[in-house]
Design a binder for this molecule. Sequence first.
Ligand code: PEP
Ligand code: MN
Length: 374
Amino acid sequence: MNIIPLNSWFEDFKCDPLLIAGPCSAETEEQVIEIASQLKENAPPSVYRAGLWKPRTRPGSFNGVGMKGLKWLIRVKEEFGFKVTVEVASPRHVEACLKAGIDIFWVGARSVSNPFSVDEIAEALQGVDVPVMIKNPLNPDIDLWIGAIERVARAGVTRIAAIHRGFSPFERTRYRNMPKWEIPIELRRRISNLPVLCDPSHMAGDAILVNELAQKAMDLNVHGLMTEVHHDPPNALSDNKQQLTPDRYREMINRLIIRKPNVDDPGSINDLEELRNQVDSIDFQIVELISGRMKISDQLGDYKYRNNVAVLQMERWMEILRTRIKHSAKLGIDTDFAEKLLKLFHQESIRRQTEVMRKLKARANGSGNNTVGD
Ligand code: PEP
Ligand code: MN
């Protein structure tokens, strides 16, 4: 793929690593300027971000100031010297941003999840060659991510980067979005000249977790960070839990250990490190999955108590063992090991169900104020 390295995106572009910061959303002209000014004082990024059109999960939330925010960002560009970036989700956004002089566009996770949207955006980008950053789709589908990158590249865009912002979990996890680090690693393996940044803010979902994710990303040699920064996070109109104050952002950047920020050396991840990172990521996912499995066991306990069903049904358990062991064998897992593991899960599940039933019974008998699941 014809991709221009980050350090050639603009003249004198500081990108070692590339730091992008700014609020989740532009809210007012004063807010946009205040954050830019505090960033300039604390830890000036190369690029200032702000969303103007906000894709919100539920209707009725603040969905951005729209077109009128464009001129606030142009003020940031002129008064503070930052490049500015905005999320574009439709041809109308692309046209407005091009006309206003926005330097860099990004395509958000929700748009990337929908090839029709990406096609429309790519069509509007045809022949303009503005830099475009493409976030990962909501679901951990690397081909969908690569598909979006290819669609944008085919439109003639040569300044392309990917942004890893984590993947929507079905169950609540420690992070708002699961990192699944193995996916961006694989992306870099498949498109070796593609710069990959990390957005630790959307991954974390909580300001106190942003630091650790930013460091983890740097340990994986990402080429930059996009971080949400707001001068008054609790009163932010979107993503108020995850935004850092400019002060906290400066602390994070100063503490960041940047091991080998080499934009032109995609192969610089050490093999052993890379394998260990994949193991770490998968182990955490296993723990998350076990936690989800056990929560369902609690619900089973609840159901069985209310419907007067015994905890253990032997036939069901034999069926579980048989089908899982067969599947494990198919996937090359030693069957003795699989059997041991399944028995452990089952024992723990039975223990939890019994505990839930005991508490419900105690409650029904009016003895004590035990609650289920405490
Ligand atoms: C954002 O960056 O504000 C945003 C909406 O991100 P994402 O598309 O990753 O959810
Ligand atoms: Mn946001």
